[in-house]
Every structure is written in structure tokens, then in C-alpha cells.
Design a protein around this ligand. Sequence first.
Ligand code: APR
Ligand code: ZN
Length: 232
Amino acid sequence: MTASERIVILTGAGISAESGLGTFRDVGGLWSQYDLADVATPEGFARDPGLVHAFYNARRQNCREAEPNAAHHALARLQAKHPDVVIVTQNVDDLHERGGAQAVIHMHGELMGALCAQCGARWSAPDRMEATDACPKCGSPATRPDIVWFGEIPYQMRRIEDALATATLFVAIGTSGEVYPAAGFVQDARAREAQTLELNLEPSGGANQFHSGRYGPATEIVPAWVAEILGD
Ligand code: APR
Ligand code: ZN
């Protein structure tokens, strides 16, 4: 990897699949078990906050019991050698951080974060959140998981756009490319003449937008790609 290479990596649920965390759209995925309108929209939360908290309490528990896998560790190794590698994730788990990555941009929020819908205060989420929990800052019972739901604005988009504007290589890992704005990042990168690579279990619906793709389990293809980049 030359010093002038600027890599932006986007990860999705597929990078955490082999850690035992479910993906959304694979067979048996989360959206085949739950109606996303009930558990991943502000309207669903307003309708039944208890159901939404139960959904995220279960995912938070799964996350605490999961371990980062070889793909998470490989990206951390890459970033350790080249600190300007930017990791953007759609995932709300903390496996990138627990695998050693730094400054991960969680554009869809974080399971381990809590947010007050009333005053905007943020704090570390307890293991279990209830609809009656009072905000530690304003006291109102309006606490929610710090997750970006469908119809809400993803976090840190300016930072992501700035990174994509100067990227020389954009790599998407373990994402179906179904949800915008993340699904559009490959086009943003190509518009700036960056090379684009998809690393996924199988070609995603957006595979033809990438210059190249490598397919297989993330725990195999991501460490192999990182070793190649680092010239191991
Ligand atoms: N290794 C690599 N890729 C994998 C693996 C694996 N072991 N297992 C599954 N995949 C791939 C699938 O082929 C699929 O393309 O991961 C992708 C998972 O796609 P989705 O389930 O749609 O997850 P993601 O792309 O992250 O979803 C984006 O949608 O529901 C919202 O906010 C949610 O962040 C999520 C967003
Ligand atoms: Zn508050």
C-alpha cells in the first residue's frame, strides 16, 4: 500500500455474521423475524416503546456475548499500520472497537448507546432499557436506543462525505447495498475516480457497481485482502 493510498471501508452486518450476530436480509435474517416498521422506525417506537426496547435489549445481549472475528481484527491491523484508513459501519454492534479498530464511524448509531428523545442527552446504555427509564439529564421517560431508524438521518454524513471525496480506494464489506445513503457510497467514490472493491459472501445486488469483487466468508477474504494490501 503506497503512502498516498487513501482507503475508505464500509461494513455491514455480514462482517459480524460469523461472530453470531444476525444479518437483516439473509434467509432467516432479522427482517424475516420482525417487522422493521415495528422495531426500527420512530412510529414503531411511539406505538410500542416496550417492544422496541425488548428488540434492542435482545440484540445488545447477543452483542455482549459475541466476539470480534478475524475480519474485525484484520481491519484493525490494517488501520494500525495505516491510521488514515477510515472505517464506516452500518452496524450498531461494537465488534470493530473490540477487535481493535479506532475512530469507527457508526452511521446507524450504536447498541451500547442510549439517547433521550426529549433533550438529546446521550449516555452508555444499560444492559436492559425500559420505556419507563428516566433520562439522567432531563428526567423525562423518553429514553431510546441510540440507533438511527428508517426515516431518520444517519450520523456523521459530513465526515463520511469528506472521506469519500479524497478516497483512492472504497471497499464495501458484508453489505447487501440495499439501504441508502450507504448504498450510494460506491457511486460517490467512483465519481472521484476511486477504485472500488466489494468483499462479500456472494455478489450483492449492487455488485456491478464495483470495479472488482471477491466472494467468500468475511473471516477468510478480509484477512487475505488485508495481507495483500500490507504486502505480507
Ligand atoms: N461474510 C461476508 N458477507 C456475508 C456473510 C459472511 N459470513 N454473511 C452474510 N454476508 C453478506 C450477505 O451476502 C449480504 O450481502 O452480508 C450482507 C448482509 O446484508 P444485510 O442483511 O442487508 O445487512 P446490511 O447490508 O448491513 O443492511 C444495511 O439495513 O436494516 C438496515 O440499518 C440496517 O444497517 C442495516 C442496513
Ligand atoms: Zn433528556
